[in-house]
Design a protein around this ligand. Structure first.
Ligand SMILES: [Zn+2]
Length: 206
C-alpha cells in the first residue's frame, strides 16, 4: 500500500514542521533521526514511513489539513507517530495477551498476527508524552466519526470514501467544546484506540 503521499500545501493555521521540530527537541531529545511531515491522501489518519537510513516521513491525512484543525490534535498525532520510531514493532511475548484480539466479542486467535505496533508500553509512553491524547482523539471522532473505520487487527484508523469536496463540508467542533464534554474519568482512563473509538459513530472492525 503506497502510504507516502506527495505533500499538500498546508492549510492549517500553524506551521506543522515547526511543531514537529519542537516536539522532537523537547520530548524526543535522544532521537537523532531526520523526520519530516506532510499532509496527503493516505489510507489512514496518519502514518510514519522509513524512507532511508535514519530518515522518516510522517504523513497526516488530508482531512486534517484545514484551518479549523486544532493544533493540539496535530501535536498528538505527531507525538504518536514519533513514538513509533522510539518503540518499534515487536513480537508478542510468551503468555502476553494480544490486544488485537477482542475478548469482549469472544474471539479466538486463528493464527499469529505478526509483530505488534502498539504494545502495552507504547500506550504507557504515549500517556506520559501526550496528556491531551484523549481530547485530541475525541475531537477527531466527533469531527469525522462516520468516515472512520478502526481496524483492531491492523491497529489503525482508516478513512473511507473521502473526497476533498466532501471534506470541506465537515463541521469541525471547537477543541474547548470537546474538552468540556469529557468527564474526568474519561480523561484519565482509556488508552487503547479501540476503547476510545467504541461508542462513537466510528465503525470498529476486529
Ligand atoms: Zn500508531
Amino acid at each position: 500500500m503506497p502510504a507516502i503521499s506527495q505533500g499538500e500545501l498546508e492549510l492549517v493555521r500553524f506551521n506543522t514542521t515547526e511543531i514537529l521540530r519542537e516536539i522532537q527537541r523537547t520530548l524526543f531529545p535522544k532521537l537523532v533521526s531526520h523526520v519530516s511531515c506532510n499532509y496527503g491522501r493516505i489510507p489512514t489518519l496518519g502514518c510514519m514511513n522509513r524512507v532511508g537510513d535514519d530518515r522518516y516521513v510522517i504523513s497526516v491525512h488530508s482531512l486534517l489539513n484545514h484551518p479549523d484543525t486544532p493544533e493540539l490534535v496535530i501535536r498528538h498525532l505527531l507525538i504518536h507517530e514519533l513514538l513509533h520510531i522510539e518503540i518499534p514493532p515487536r513480537a508478542l511475548r510468551e503468555g502476553e495477551v494480544d490486544p488485537r484480539i477482542s475478548r469482549k466479542r469472544g474471539e479466538v486467535p486463528q493464527e499469529p498476527l505478526g509483530p505488534i505496533h502498539h504494545p502495552a508500553e507504547f500506550w504507557v509512553r504515549e500517556r506520559e508524552l501526550s496528556p491531551d491524547r484523549i481530547v485530541a482523539m475525541r475531537w477527531i471522532f466527533e469531527a469525522f466519526g462516520g468516515r472512520l473505520i478502526y481496524r483492531a487487527k491492523e491497529e489503525g484508523i482508516w478513512v473511507r470514501k473521502w473526497r476533498s469536496e466532501y471534506g470541506r463540508g465537515i463541521k469541525r467542533p471547537s477543541i474547548e467544546k470537546v474538552r468540556e464534554g469529557l468527564k474526568e474519568e474519561e480523561l484519565s482512563g482509556r488508552d487503547m484506540l479501540g476503547d476510545v473509538a467504541e461508542g462513537f459513530e466510528i465503525e470498529v472492525v476486529s
